[in-house]
Design a protein around this ligand. Structure first.
Ligand SMILES: [Zn+2]
Length: 420
């Protein structure tokens, strides 16, 4: 197989803490408010438009319709305050809304929600910004320079900056950069299949088991107590606000710990392996199952898969996701027999071929086997890059391979019959 290096432009975000003055905090609050208002106002417009025009030739509003409406709106005396914000930031709110709609229609997310004041706030600065690296100041339109903590260097060309405030009251600037990266496909290394479990965070085809982080459950008692405190405080009171910030801080802490765990783990897997195969999990379907939702949130599966995917791409590692209907738990790795009577409770079972099957380990081995067959089929179809070299395939196949599954048994699997 002949694979050469390639240069790829990747997007990388660098996040920095901001320390605005009290005066700047007030202006930021009004900018957040305007971005939120525009998002919510046009979400309402889009819902109403659809309700009255359903079935007609034009039944829904798109980004361009709402952008025109926004220009009109800003001319009306009662909405003149919307002109305080950077107009591009407000247009960006419309784009976010449009993306939220598209994600919903492509079945990636739930229907967009109205944004609330106490959730994470943000607005985007698409241009006319600058960072003074010597004085450690952020320049954005309509603001005096804001103090920024530059704890690391920025790579590439800055494209946009997202300013945000967490529910616990911290301010951040996330700088999105375009970075040119030479990607050298890894020629040596192991191949691994991973089964994302509920008892263990994952089980690998080499036998490794990594336990799920239990941060959320450990902090849960404290969180519950604080949430009870919060619920008995009078709405709008100072005490309620303090209790809300305490809850938000625990969430921050859990988020950071989990993120740290996932980054270390995905980094290690990418460093150790040449090929990584995981399942294409339908996390949304699992989340709908009440009893499992906690564990899924706790372990952060979809974030982990996202990290594995981009880190593999950046490091020339082949990453493949197996179709989620592939019955990797039900199929015996040794003989290929499908155990249709397997339930969620069965951690171990005996196959008709006599093997004692450990559910998760067996699944991980199947994932590896299936992944390798999948890549084998894909390799001859290498795309040609503009520079004349072949591109390392980042495989993401969704169609089940009937020959591997053995007969048509996968046909009977229901759309929401998610394999755990
Ligand atoms: Zn067997």
């Amino acid at each position: 197989m002949y694979i050469v290096n390639m240069i790829k432009t990747i997007n990388k975000a660098f996040s920095f803490r901001l320390y605005p003055t009290l005066e700047q905090e007030k202006t930021l609050a009004s900018f957040f408010g305007q971005a939120r208002f525009v998002y919510n106002y046009f979400l309402r417009q889009r819902i109403d438009y659809y309700a009255t025009n359903k079935g007609k030739e034009k039944q829904s509003l798109n980004y361009h319709d709402t952008a025109k409406m926004l220009t009109e709106l800003k001319r009306q005396p009662e909405y003149i305050w919307l002109n305080e914000s950077n107009s591009q930031s407000l247009q960006q709110s419309l784009r976010h809304l449009d993306n939220a709609y598209n994600n919903f229609f492509n079945k990636r997310t739930e229907f967009p929600n109205f944004k609330k004041k106490h959730n994470k706030q943000s607005f985007l600065v698409p241009q006319h910004f600058d960072i003074d690296f010597e004085k450690k100041l952020l320049h954005i339109p309509k603001f005096e320079p804001i103090k920024i903590i530059l704890h690391r260097e920025i790579e590439g060309i800055m494209k946009s900056i997202n300013i945000s405030k967490t529910p616990s009251g911290k301010y951040f600037a996330s700088v999105l950069c375009e970075v040119e990266k030479v990607i050298k496909p890894k020629k040596k290394g192991n191949r691994i299949g991973i089964d994302l479990g509920l008892k263990s965070f994952f089980v690998a085809s080499n036998g490794e088991r990594v336990d799920a982080p239990q941060y959320l459950r450990k902090s849960e008692d404290k969180l519950k107590r604080l949430q009870r405190h919060l619920s008995c405080k009078v709405k709008g009171s100072n005490r309620r606000n303090k209790a809300r910030i305490k809850v938000a801080r625990i969430h921050d802490k859990i988020f950071n710990q989990r993120n740290d765990f996932l980054h270390k783990l995905s980094h290690r897997l990418v460093a150790e392996n040449q090929s990584i195969f995981a399942e294409g999990l339908h996390v949304k379907g699992i989340m709908a199952n009440h009893h499992l939702a906690k564990s899924v949130q706790d372990s952060g599966w979809s974030e982990f898969v996202r990290q594995l995917k981009y880190k593999s791409e950046w490091n020339g590692v082949c990453f493949g996701q197996i179709d989620r209907f592939f019955p990797s738990s039900k199929r015996c790795f040794h003989c290929g027999w499908i155990n249709e009577s397997l339930t969620l409770k069965d951690r171990e079972w005996i196959c008709q071929c006599g093997q004692v099957i450990d559910r998760d380990f067996n699944a991980a081995q199947n994932v590896l086997l299936f992944g390798q067959k999948m890549v084998g089929r894909e390799l001859p179809k290498l795309k040609r890059s503009g520079r004349g070299g072949a591109v390392m395939p980042l495989v993401e196949l969704r169609s089940p391979f009937q020959s591997l599954i053995g007969g048509g048994s996968s046909h009977s699997m229901e759309e929401n019959n998610v394999r755990i």
